[in-house]
Design a protein around this ligand. Structure first.
Ligand code: ZN
Length: 132
């Protein structure tokens, strides 16, 4: 089936490096070539690929998203977390990565991140591996 489910306990907001979890799924399936989809079924979280060398990049992304999408009294959504919904839609709930020679075809400085915008919560994400 090559479908893997993962659970994360998150803080209020933040980026969580899930690259090794995705790599573990690929190793389990012995996939040498194919496509990997990383997907989260939440509306106030996201999946993205970005720099994994300098952790300041993630804090700058959070800072800029908070500046771009501040909480506004004009928002009508009763739950009160419209800013988190906006961030989720902006970043997106999935990424697709090519698998080559048994590894994710990521750049040297790239990592796969689960993004929390409305924690703390227990979150899920899925990894689907499609072999060539
Ligand atoms: Zn909501």
């Amino acid at each position: 089936m090559n479908l893997f489910s993962f659970t994360l306990s998150t803080g209020k907001e933040g980026f969580y490096d899930i690259t090794s979890m995705v790599n573990d799924a690929i190793q389990t399936t012995h996939t040498s070539r194919g496509i990997c989809v990383i997907y989260t079924p939440h509306t106030t979280a996201a999946i993205t690929i970005n720099e994994n060398a300098d952790p300041d990049v993630q804090s700058d992304l959070i800072y800029a998203l908070n500046k771009t999408y501040p909480d506004r009294p004009e928002f009508k959504h009763m739950e009160g977390n419209s800013a988190a919904h906006l961030k989720s839609s902006t970043i997106g709930c999935s990424e697709t990565v090519i698998i080559d020679k048994g590894e994710l075809l990521l750049g040297t400085w790239q990592g796969i991140y689960f993004c929390e915008f409305d924690g703390p919560r227990t979150r899920k994400f899925y990894v689907k591996i499609i072999k060539d």
